[in-house]
Design a protein around this ligand. Structure first.
Ligand SMILES: [Zn+2]
Length: 678
């Protein structure tokens, strides 16, 4: 508080200056601004008052006119003030409604201090200190176009806040009241910075920011950038709202709510608040708002003091990389990968809006991406934040990669990224990527994936009239192939069902997903086709499997061929042998935490396959035990306690993996296959 006292002393001079300006003797541009503001107020709405040429008119208003107009405007002032105060009081959570309006005008025993902030473009402010027991929250009052800090004094707001135990500061924005215009105010970033600097200079830490109309140009960019020292925001029709997206406002609301919660109202953990904020960004296929996600991540990088690199792998598809440099640059790095997109929703089947991140009374957070995989993205970020806050340093560099497009195959995401020089420059030694929830007490970890093979079988035969017995038709031959493949399917299904130790990823699955052909009821078509989605288990010899496919087609007759819409042949397995240093570090840290691991083959495809294909060992791990697998499902949700436990788990895992002990001593760990993704 020493700074405040100093400011108060500084204030005596400036205060005198203000008083003199109120008597109609402007000495500085700022005071002229005050008069312009006053004139505009007296003139009432609808009368333009922007030209400097009309200022003398303001000064020549006769005393009688002023009295009449002032008494009218006082009524307006009282109404406006009452409205503003009610909002403010409700927000700050003062006990009970005002009993009487007379204290709108404040008490005579409140001293209003004034001063200028230090530095090149000083900002004029008025300040009151708590009269009695001080509250933890401070109030910062901005102003609209026709006003300045003096308005808050005239209204009695400053006095009232002092009586109620608040420290309150009213600012004159640059070019208003007693603050000179500032070049800084020309840009959004400049205005945000200016406001931040002023609050810092005035040692305001727990502010509720009151921002009417024009001041939104300062307050909104300031808020959007995420300022956690704020305790609340009271917007009164702020300007510039059109410059921001709904997500950005959601984000702001959330930060504020989280901050309020830390006061003990809701008691929500800030990591959960951040998670819910990220969930509200609509990165939903087929038109994900990637821009908002990237902006969010850039903000996190800024907040955490991490390097931030953006690699546009295809037009509009940006991979964002947040980097925490290690102490030994010769070591390979640890990659923490997550995708930013989420799958579409059928809103009518959801109990809550899937992009509201609603949290129920029990603590379940409902949102698309709650499990797949925005939880993991935030867990990485929060674990890094904690470790940094503890002052930890690790030999290995940690890169958090946030990739687009995973949910539609990763063809404009990780598949392209692993081929870029920027990826090679990361010197990846080992990667963590997504896994799946586990309904039991155990945690599933995925060390490999099945290979997706999308196969179309085309059968050709004799055409003819639908009334005849045509020989060798396309349909008969296609039927044979379909039968062969569905018989194989049934065998694999039974193999899985009869062996409780076998997991879904260990067998090959297949489904008939498309049938095409024909033009009319009475025309036998010359061509028909059937499409299948195969997921080939990693222990299957792919060449032999393709020969079997060939065999089924040949057995059906002549003119039956197949082609691939997708054929993944780079099936690689990440070692889960205790002699592997990465696995030893990962499983060792899990053991230290008493986590039960269930190593499995991922039943579907993730971006891990692209990493493994270029020689980077990867484990799929989403630390969600005691949680039903709800990815891509309606009512996808995660309990906040499970989410928070995940942050704890990464906080233990990262030191183990980023230490020099894990992994091979030098990079490259293994020769990276050039290109390699096909
Ligand atoms: Zn996913």
């Amino acid at each position: 508080m020493r700074g405040v006292r100093r400011a108060a002393r500084r204030a005596q001079r400036s205060d005198a200056e203000v008083r003199s300006s109120a008597t109609g003797h402007p000495r500085r541009g700022g005071s002229l601004g005050a008069l312009r503001g006053l004139r505009s107020w007296l003139a009432g709405p609808g009368v333009p008052c922007s030209s400097l040429a009309v200022v003398p008119l303001c000064l020549s208003i006769s005393p009688s006119q002023t009295v009449v107009q002032t008494s009218m405007s006082r009524f307006q002032v009282a109404l406006l003030g009452l409205g503003l105060l009610l909002m403010l009081l409700l927000y700050v959570g003062l006990p009970g409604p005002p009993e009487q309006t007379s204290w709108l005008w404040g008490g005579p025993n409140v001293t209003i201090l004034a001063g200028l902030t230090p530095g090149n473009s000083p900002i004029f402010y008025r300040e009151v200190l708590p009269l009695h027991r001080a509250r933890r929250v401070e109030v910062v009052l901005l102003h609209g176009k026709a006003f300045n800090s003096h308005t808050w004094e005239q209204l009695g707001t400053l006095q009232l806040l002092a009586q109620r135990g608040y420290r309150a500061v009213a600012l004159d924005l640059p070019g208003f009241g007693n603050s000179a215009p500032s070049k800084e105010a020309n840009t959004e970033a400049g205005r945000a910075e200016l406001l931040e600097r002023v609050l810092r200079d005035l040692e305001v830490h727990n502010a509720v920011l009151v921002s009417p109309s024009l001041s939104g140009r300062y307050a909104l960019p300031f808020l959007i950038q995420g300022h956690h020292q704020l305790r609340g925001f009271v917007p009164i029709a702020p300007a510039s709202t059109q410059n921001y997206t709904q997500e950005q406002f959601w984000a702001v609301k959330l930060t504020k709510r989280g901050a309020m919660a830390s006061e003990g109202l809701e008691g929500e953990h800030p990591s959960v608040t951040l998670f819910r904020r990220y969930l509200r960004i609509r990165t939903v296929q087929p038109e994900p708002d990637y821009g908002a996600a990237v902006a969010f991540l850039e903000e996190r990088a800024h907040q955490l003091g991490l390097g931030c690199q953006k690699v546009e792998v295809a037009p509009g598809y940006v991979v964002t990389i947040l980097t925490w440099p290690g102490t030994n640059p010769r070591l390979s790095s640890l990659i923490l990968n997550s995708h930013t997109d989420v799958v579409p929703v059928f809103k009518e089947h959801w109990s809550h809006d899937p992009f509201e991140a609603f949290k129920d009374a029990e603590g379940y957070i409902y949102a698309r991406g709650a499990q797949d995989m925005k939880c993991v993205s935030i867990q990485y970020l929060e674990a890094v934040r904690r470790l940094k806050a503890e002052g930890r340093h690790f030999p290995r560099t940690i890169h958090m990669t946030f990739v687009p497009d995973e949910e539609v195959g990763g063809h404009k995401g990780m598949e392209l990224f692993v081929q870029r020089p920027e990826f090679r420059a990361l010197k990846a030694g080992f990667a963590l990527d997504e896994g799946l929830a586990n309904p039991t007490d155990a945690f599933t970890v995925f060390y490999s994936e099945r290979s997706p093979w999308w196969v179309r079988i085309t059968s050709t035969g004799n055409p003819g009239h639908g009334s005849r017995f045509i020989e060798d038709t396309a349909a008969e031959k296609l039927h044979k192939v379909v039968s062969s493949i569905l018989t194989f399917r049934e065998k694999e299904r039974q193999r899985l069902q009869s062996n409780p130790h076998l997991k879904a990823g260990a067998v090959t699955s297949v489904n008939l997903t498309k049938l095409e052909g024909g033009v009319a009821y009475n025309v036998v078509p010359a061509t028909m086709s059937a499409s299948f989605d195969f997921r080939v288990a990693p222990d299957v010899e792919l060449k032999a499997f393709e020969e079997q496919l060939q065999g089924w087609c040949q057995a059906a007759g002549d003119g039956v061929t197949f082609d691939f819409a997708q054929k993944w042949t780079e099936s690689r397995v990440t070692s889960t042998d205790d002699s592997d240093p990465w696995w030893a570090a990962f499983s060792g840290a899990c053991k230290d935490m008493n986590l039960t691991l269930e190593p499995e083959i991922f039943p579907a495809a993730t971006d891990s396959r692209y990493l493994r294909a270029v020689g980077v060992p990867a484990l799929g791990f989403s630390p969600m035990n005691l949680t039903p697998v709800l990815l891509h499902d309606h009512d996808e949700r995660l309990h906040e306690a499970v989410f928070l436990r995940g942050v704890d788990i990464y906080t233990r895992l990262l030191p183990a993996l980023a230490s020099g002990l894990a992994g091979p001593p030098r990079w490259p760990a293994k020769a990276l296959a050039p290109g390699g993704a096909h």
